[in-house]
Design a protein around this ligand. Structure first.
Ligand code: DLZ
Length: 289
């Protein structure tokens, strides 16, 4: 139900009003709708997050209006440049504080922009502070069923990809009995098998594994495009996540590198993506319900 917070600040003169609006635009605030009527006008500036804080006991010695930013030093320089442009030199130092460390692991400076308006700008030392809330999948595969469609062509590689996928699923809590492995002749056959499995609605996600070697594959581009399109289409039309673990490589050596030798194991990575997407689908379904 709650959508946001609005705070209203009065500005004495038209000139200060225009200058402030220019500063806030220059600082990167998103412009809101604003308003104008016979009694006055308002400029509106939006921030991605709002925070209303009630305090009991000792009030922190900060302005009541605080703007959380990234790159505090850049903001400080922008505010200082604005003050230099709009104030007498001797007033600039009096209006703008230096950035100091706070006792809550942040840095903060204050600026007196107009006689009525003092702002605090601050940056948390923790880069993850106030990260926008988002629906994120977790990496638990327990209680979900997964299907792996794996091509037999280039089995020396695809077997390693399969091992990588099984490793990721097991380590994430999915026992062997909750995993179905379907072997198909080549990459070309992956989409139709994946689609049949997805349509059965028995699986939280499908993991597709194959290897196309450019040097050895006639009509390589055509086959690759069709395999990618078919897997994507199956995912979109069934709503069941499909992880794409079909390697496209120039050489066998390159493929081996991506199957656990030097460049990770793409089967493992595909399974992790499948687990995460299965969790996201579950959470989105819960949000809808
Ligand atoms: C025919 C063929 C060729 C030339 N190359 C590959 C490849 O590099 N990787 C792969 O997974 N499959 C290949 N195939 C087999 C086709 O995908 C398909 O299985 C056959 O054409 C039978 O339909």
């Amino acid at each position: 139900m709650i959508k946001g917070l609005t705070t209203v600040a009065q500005v004495a003169s038209e000139e200060a009003f225009t200058q402030l609006a220019d500063l806030f635009r220059a600082l990167g605030f998103e412009q809101g709708k604003g308003w104008i009527d016979a009694t006055g006008k308002g400029e509106s500036f939006l921030a991605p997050l709002g925070n209303l804080e009630f305090v009991t006991g000792r009030m922190p010695s900060v302005p009541s209006l605080l703007v959380e930013v990234t790159q505090l030093d850049t903001v400080h320089a922008a505010v200082e440049a604005w003050l230099i442009a709009h104030r007498r030199t001797e007033d600039v130092a009096a209006s703008l504080s230096v950035s100091t460390l706070t006792h809550w692991n942040s840095r903060l400076f204050t600026v007196n922009l107009t006689p009525e308006l003092t702002l605090g700008f601050w940056e948390s030392e923790n880069p993850l502070h106030n990260r926008p809330i988002a629906v994120e999948g977790d990496l638990s595969a327990a209680g979900k069923r997964f299907a792996i469609v794996v091509a037999r062509w280039n089995a020396v590689i695809t077997d390693r990809l399969l091992q990588g996928s099984l490793d990721a699923l097991h380590r994430s809590g999915c026992p062997r009995q909750d995993i179905e492995i379907i072997r198909v002749p080549g990459a070309w056959e992956i989409p139709s098998a994946a689609r049949t499995l997805a349509e059965s609605k028995r699986f939280a996600a499908i993991i597709t594994l194959g290897v196309l070697l450019r040097g050895e594959t006639a009509h390589y581009e055509a086959i690759y495009n069709e395999v990618a399109r078919g897997i994507g289409q199956s995912q979109q039309e069934t709503g069941v996540p499909h992880a794409f673990g079909v390697l496209t490589c120039e050489t066998l050596e390159q493929a081996l590198d991506r199957a656990g030798l030097k460049a990770g194991n793409k089967g493992f990575e595909a399974a992790i993506a499948a687990i995460e997407m299965a969790s996201i689908q579950q959470k989105l379904a819960e949000v809808k319900a």
